[in-house]
Design a protein around this ligand. Structure first.
Ligand SMILES: NC(=O)c1ccc[n+]([C@@H]2O[C@H](COP(=O)([O-])OP(=O)(O)OC[C@H]3O[C@@H](n4cnc5c(N)ncnc54)[C@H](OP(=O)(O)O)[C@@H]3O)[C@@H](O)[C@H]2O)c1
Length: 325
């Protein structure tokens, strides 16, 4: 089968379309014929081994797992002998965990407990755009952010892969949502449900006198004192991304201290955990039309390096999808 493979860390040029052996599912896995995948920042962090800590996860000098791609949508071609939920021919979608990546390929093996039947009315491309970004938005808002009905919620990075899901998930919990994005994305962020939009090229959401019960930051470019200023007295800030290591460490350490000593809670969310329960929860939102994936671009498998090059510029409008077959 054809797969995107990298044998050394580096820029997107290290990605090669190669002929590799078709994988065989373990007892608790299914073999998925991949119709579509989608790219996430985790793919380029692992590809570049940036930050350096990524090497602890996937090999100090060169990648142990030489394939990338977490999100998948496709059709089951074979099942392991302990698989009970799915059958050959089922159309499924889901996300692999970060140490099992491999959906930038014609076939991938996936654990059955990380998959769900594909939403009926959605295409494979739409379905593949959902899992990891939606898990991040859901788990950041609901678990770290303790999202509740009626809250004032601000999403920083509202136009990106994670942000577009965060706006829609926050709205579906009946909250008042403010989305922060650049000028060209204001209409799109409004169109997916944001009650208010702030153009970050024109205004600073931490300086406008507004206070939010929950800030979900899918960029991670602000200081802890910025978050403190923009939070209501018992507010929570859940940060999903980071732009520099100093920002990351500030949110981890200073955020923990601020959270312990005051009423405002500020911290990084944990790495999003792919799981079937949340996938089914998100699928219900998709089928009810409460959440619609926003797709920026769709690349063929052979152009995965281009897709990653585009994504790592940091200005995707929604998701970047890889169409496989
Ligand atoms: N914790 C986890 O498990 C987890 C999982 C997935 C992702 N993440 C992290 O979450 C972050 C977002 O991921 P993603 O998939 O959404 O990335 P993405 O699709 O690349 O997001 C890019 C978006 O960020 C916006 N942006 C850039 N600079 C901005 C600024 N100064 N203010 C506001 N928005 C800005 C861009 O909008 P404009 O074009 O308008 O600038 C673009 O829409 C990444 O750092 C990623 O590593 C964490």
């Amino acid at each position: 089968m054809k797969a995107i493979v990298y044998t050394q860390y580096g820029p997107p040029d290290v990605l090669r379309l190669k002929e590799v052996e078709k994988p065989t599912p373990k007892d608790n896995e299914v073999l998925v014929k991949v119709h579509a995948a989608s790219a996430n920042p985790a793919d380029w962090h692992l590809m570049r081994a940036e930050p350096f800590l990524a090497r602890l996860a996937n090999g100090l000098l060169k990648p142990k797992n030489t394939q990338l791609g977490a999100d998948v949508a496709g059709c089951i071609e074979a099942v392991g002998r302990n698989v009970t939920q799915f059958h050959v021919g089922d159309d499924v979608f889901g996300s692999m965990t970060l140490n099992e990546l491999g959906s930038f390929a014609e076939y991938v093996c996936a654990r059955e407990d990380l998959l769900a039947l594909k939403p009926v009315k959605m295409t494979f491309e739409q379905s593949a755009a959902v899992p990891l970004a939606a898990f991040t938005a859901l788990q950041g808002l609901r678990d770290k952010g303790q999202l509740r009905q009626g809250q004032k919620v601000l999403i920083n990075g509202a136009s990106g892969g994670v942000g577009t899901f965060a706006v829609q998930i926050a709205k579906s919990f009946d909250t008042e949502v403010t989305g922060v994005c650049s000028t060209r994305n204001l209409d799109m962020v409004r169109s997916i449900g944001a009650d208010h939009v702030i153009d970050y090229t024109q205004a600073d959401f931490t300086q406008n006198g507004q206070r939010y019960d929950l800030i979900f930051d899918a960029v991670g470019n602000r200081s802890v004192s910025d978050y403190q200023r923009a939070l209501s007295p018992n507010g929570i800030c859940a940060v999903a991304g980071f732009t520099t290591l100093s920002r990351l460490f500030q949110v981890i350490f200073l955020g923990a201290w601020v959270s312990r000593t005051g009423r405002k809670k500020i911290g990084m969310m944990a790495t999003a955990k792919p799981n079937q329960k949340d996938l089914v929860f998100i699928k219900e939102f998709l089928e009810a039309g409460k959440v619609v994936p926003v797709i920026d671009r769709c690349y063929p498998l052979s152009d995965t390096a281009e897709a990653i090059r585009y994504l790592e510029k940091g200005h995707a409008r929604g998701k970047v999808v890889i169409a496989v077959t």
